[in-house]
Design a protein around this ligand. Sequence first.
Ligand SMILES: Nc1nc2c(c(=O)[nH]1)N[C@H]1C(S)=C(S)[C@@H](COP(=O)(O)O)O[C@H]1N2
Ligand SMILES: [Mo]
Length: 225
Amino acid sequence: MLLGTLGLGALGVIAAPPLQRGLESFLAGASEKDPTGLTGLLPNGGGFRYYSVASSVPHKNETNYRLTIDGLVDHPRSYTLAELRALPQTRLVHDVQCVTGWRVPGTPFEGVRLSRLLDAAGVRSSAGAIRFTCFDGTYTESLTLRQARRADVLVALRMQDKPLGHNHGGPVRLYVAPMYFYKSAKWLSGITVTEDVRPGYWEDRGYDVDAWVGRSNGRDDAPTS
Ligand SMILES: Nc1nc2c(c(=O)[nH]1)N[C@H]1C(S)=C(S)[C@@H](COP(=O)(O)O)O[C@H]1N2
Ligand SMILES: [Mo]
């Protein structure tokens, strides 16, 4: 059953060394692992762990990066990096919290409010959710439309007051401040407005679709609905 849900990216992960450990942790319950073995080796990790469910991810920059907004909108379009940079930027500082336990306090993220892009696209009344896709070709995420319109949800271009580097999902990642970090899809390339929530990559593997970080983390402004 579990193996039946394996995507190509996950196969890449368990095929990567150390194969035995990766396979064991996967079979132990589809938990996150260190797919590359790079954790702890990355300089300036600053408490972050590198995660990618895809074994290799293309690099994108000013010339070839595009973010597409489509689905249940009146004005589907795509943005270049320069176009995103030209929009008003919002800077937020919160703790980053991975659901596996590691945490990076007080991390600045900066970018365009997702609500601004949705308003510009003209979301249709039949819409209820957003599906996010990534140029790693594998990872997906989801939010309800109500969650997506929160002021603390960004299409992030900067982290720690620097342009978002490739390892952290640059040039553009989703940043969902009030939720566990798996909601913050790296290498963001598509925002599709849908009728209903379609669970994302880890959510298909057992993670909560509503991933509010608990009160123990000091952020208790999450609605309980
Ligand atoms: N595209 C993509 N986004 C992703 C992931 C991933 O594997 N692929 N992992 C998620 C998880 S579980 C975490 S904890 C963070 C890790 O972000 P970092 O690599 O910048 O530390 O990215 C999230 N977004
Ligand atoms: Mo995570």
